[in-house]
Design a protein around this ligand. Sequence first.
Ligand code: ADP
Length: 599
Amino acid sequence: MAKKQFKAESKKLLDLMINSIYTNREIFLRELISNGSDAIDKRHYMSLTDSSLGADFCIELVPDKEARTLTVRDNGCGMDKVEMENNLGTIAKSGTSEFKQKENTAEALIGQFGVGFYSSFMVADKVIVRSKKVGGNEAYEWESEGADGYTVSPCEYDAFGTEIILHLKPDDEDCSYGEFTDEYTLTRLVKKYSDYIRYPIKSGGKTLNSMVPLWRKRKSEVKKEEYAQFYRDKFFDFNDPAQVFASQVEGNINYSMMVFVPEKAPYDYYTREYKKGLSLYSGGVLIMESCADVLPDYLGFIKGLVDSPDISLNISRELLQKDRQLRAIAVSLEKKIRGELGKWLRSDREAYEKMFAQFGNSLKMGAYDNFGARKDDLKDLLLFESDNGKQTLFSEYVSRMKEGQENIYYASGASAEAIKALPQVEMFLDKGYEILCLKDGIDEFVVKMIESYDGKKFVSVADKDAAGVSDEQKAELEKKSGDNSAVLGKMKELLKGKVKDVRLTARLKSAAACLTSDGDISLEMERVLRAMPGSEGINVGRVLEINPDHDAFSHIAALEPDGEKFADYTLALYSAALLQENLPVDDSAALAALIVKLL
Ligand code: ADP
């Protein structure tokens, strides 16, 4: 029979496995057992609605010292011919793209990413897979001696399920492969890597594993590495998780949760393609790989599983969403995870800040969504940058507020540096007031939604009344505005269509002018809104505010209002204010010409 060739990527991986100098060859057993367990999960689930598919589920290890073979057998879902070709002839889809990006060493691959079935070739020079798909009549045999391809042919196989027969390599100075037929070695390996597998792993009539799933164990009984291994294998992440939250909840509702915070956001995290959710188990039986309903959107970055005896085993997917128990679990989970995030924040600030850099926007969105329904639950988990460049909690900001400071002040901009350079900010910094620097598009929407913290209102430095202008200053300003009404009126006329109004202000110190918005929507929010499709028409009504005590204004005011110079200076002042706010100028060529002309 002609041999079929492995797909290119698979071949590369296979070569690595065959020629592996990886010292941890023994992990092949974990990989095969874990595949068997997944296959049994699938059949177990099917048997819930079709009891004829039930069986005494187990994984068997059958060593044969004489023949130098080890057989790993499961009575799981099995594979038909097509599945065999697709599944064993190519590495898992999820793996392929990752494989290309990463350093191609067996070590890197195995350490960071389960390589599954192919790891067989680290210990065997011939691998035979025999399988009968659950409910099917025909059985097939897949056979390969490695890189030169594989064959698939019909075979006899009594039960549903799969067996993998490994013809162990001859011993060499690196490894005595024959050891994998020792009962002692097999017991040790099962205990080490596969103890928590929920189905019995049997050899010579004995059950080798304790069968307590990792998530049913107390956190203190589980090693960090065990969690990490589970996480990497199950969620195909190269990196260890940044954090694990595991607990057993008992009371009105009962469940175990084991959830992970990834170290990095997946590339598609902030897109619609990303699928959030936890795996759902009912009393140890996997009923759904990824159940979105148990997590609110803002915790979409959390990976993991929840296992509850209270969820009915034969529940259909459609009914899940309406299930009362599941709703109750979701509510409790959300609270629990929030609580854990809070504990993490208090116990390891540095790690929390790293997490926040990855997923903080999700938490912020959570505070904003649904008209702020969860803002009180989330406000103490949010970090914003202070003008000193450090991340701060609202509570920390408030504790540092100066005497006489009434509000929490914020400003929007690309960086703390850019914000500190804003003309409106100078006065606040002079008074020693701290400024929250809102750098993300959604930030200002979020603080506006939260409104206040600890009785202190969030106020933008761009807000007309923010600066705390005294009554005398106001009176003086009014007088100056009256005296200069003709000048201001003329400027407004010249800037028609560009700004809604031109006013004098008392809030600027060394700067000549600034641009602000007239209403509730700030210039920064306008920028964000304008970037959204269908909102081109948004116009907040910009106002040019001028410092009457600045030379620039006295110069303009002294000019003939109908003259060319007056118009030029007005446009220059306005353009400078635009640039200051990092807003695009209307006509850069005209502005360039104007600057040269003024020179
Ligand atoms: P992964 O387990 O990461 O998907 P593997 O290379 O280990 O990658 O396996 C590839 C696929 O082959 C599995 O996803 C599964 O569909 C199938 N498979 C492997 N082992 C078994 C088995 N014992 N029973 C049924 N299907 C299996």
